[in-house]
Design a protein around this ligand. Sequence first.
Ligand code: C2E
Ligand code: MG
Ligand code: MG
Length: 649
Amino acid sequence: MHNHLKRQLKKYGASENNFPSKNDWKDFIESIDRTYTEFDKDQYLMERSLLISSQEMQTVYEKLRSSEARYALAAQGANDGLWDWDLNSETTYYSPRWMEILGLEIQKDDQQTKKCWLERIHPDDRANVEEELDAHIAGHSNHFSNEHRVSHSDGSYRWVLIRGLAVRDGDGKAYRIAGFLTDITDHKHIEEKLAHDAFHDPLTGLPNRKLLMERLEKSLGRMKIDPHYSFAVLFVDVDRFKTINDSMGHQAGDELLLKISEILKSMTRSDDLIARLGGDEFVVLFEEIKDQEQITKIAERILVQLQEPLRVTGKQIYSSASIGIAFGSREYEGSDDLVRDADLAMYRAKVNGKGRYEIFNAEMRSGVVSSMQLELDLRRAYEQQEFVLHYQPIVSLNNEEIIGFEALVSWNHPTRGMVPPNEFIPVAEETGLILPIGQWILNEACQQMRQWQEEYPLSNLLTISVNLSARQLEQPSLTKQIDEILSDARLDPKLLRLEITESVIMHNAEQAVITVNELRDLGVRISIDDFGKGYSNLGYLHRFPVDTLKVDSSFINRIGNEGENAEIVQTIINLASNLDMEVVAEGVETIEQLDFLRKINCKYGQGYYYSRPLDSVAAAEMLRGFVREGYSFKGVLPFRQLQPNELMN
Ligand code: C2E
Ligand code: MG
Ligand code: MG
């Protein structure tokens, strides 16, 4: 019992089992109310009302009847309505406040029925109320207390707390029950809001991680007992979200997330659960699925939809997402493991080029631990200078002279050996580490080219091509940075070619146009890399001062088997010459491809046919060997047949 009540009872020479006498009752009630100050109000009111109810009920109600004003006063303090049922005559008394709580007319005639209340109870709550009420009347509980919804005369439902106590005859049979009714609607709303907030993401209103995990636990549980039940988890991560957030501001980032949540809603059924885990990570739970294909089809549809341009803060942006899929299985111990696997698959989708989905398989666990681990590793790699550049010659197809090199970065990992760029550039972009790494690459490549120019007289005609990532192109200071690197290296800007992929341009067209123009003013040349790979919209070519198109290797390596590709390459070459651009064919591996390219007048090529990317020592050796030949592969072709590791030694 509440200490406050205990103390007050003691003052009256009473105790929990021995209440104050009838005469002292009024004083007692008043004194506990008066002295009540610092206690937990709900607890106190509850106990007080039970205490009052525990008093010989007859006496209370006799008093109540004779001096309702006095009793009502005490109850009003708690803003409670009173009720009193006579179980034998089935007559019921409801106080004015009780009626008010339900918006009912205050009636002189207090011969209401028990029904008046029960019928107002929300259909979902009624059974439970009746059950507890009957249990108390039957003597199975010390008191009756229940929270439920009742309909108000205005049509809404109110939350009420009802408390009651039965009065029993000598045989313990209840013949009366009475108590209090408290309107707890406001409390409930706050409670509901808190409960909602605890399980939902404030930005999108979607379920959060906690709710997702609860639902997943249920799904895993169900899977163990129901052999026909299966489910899948889709882990969706927005590509380059950080870049958009950083370059366009948080409001734009928020808007993008809202748009994505709308898209996900529109692509799923209403009973699929879509949760936002935080940041740009969403998870969709599909229950009762037919087969894997059903889910991969949905993933494909989502990916296509997310590639459509979106309007964010008035600007058109291109977004995409990477998706990891994990299917529920009885082997999962908990929801955490399942989400982790979907995350790993998503991460694999990023590594494999973004804008795609991957299905989890156990091998992924043994691969890179997580993007977080990779990020830490990359930071260390940058500090320890573990990145190295390889140089692949670009060749003029007519006379087979080298016209320049493309610099390609690799990571010389202490335990994994040479890690190719596709395995770490996506994470470097995602985390922003590409900025310092990219600056190092630019500087290193320019310094190297300068050194070769000094050592090999003819090489001052050679150009150096450097790949630029989206993140780099978005830096307003990029032009200044490159200007400084060039003057540092004392390299003619004309000899630097920056390679940009189409997707980079499409993702941030406005800023890209500005930066590319600035770079062109500086004298630097621009190549479109992997041309033809992603986007079919060629309109941007007219807006960009581009010097070179590098035709993606996927077109070149299918030349020979399919005439169709040959036609496309021919069309690209025509287009380029109309726009006054040069064309470099990427990934030339065979003499057949080379012959075809020559036939259709493609001027430049790059690929294993001539040389794999070489480390700086091997590239220098090649230059030294070529001095006599005018930097031509003519007559030195066996060179290309050496393996890269032989060349590097
Ligand atoms: P990319 O710029 O299109 O580079 C050409 C890729 O094709 C290189 O792969 C190269 O080794 C490979 N390649 C060259 N000739 C052949 C061939 O005959 N057959 C085949 N199958 N492949 C050939 P690598 O080095 O793995 O680079 C992959 C991509 O990573 C690059 O594609 C580029 O997009 C990116 N990357 C490389 N270095 C950098 C860098 O320094 N910065 C940035 N941002 N991205 C880079
Ligand atoms: Mg390139
Ligand atoms: Mg390329």
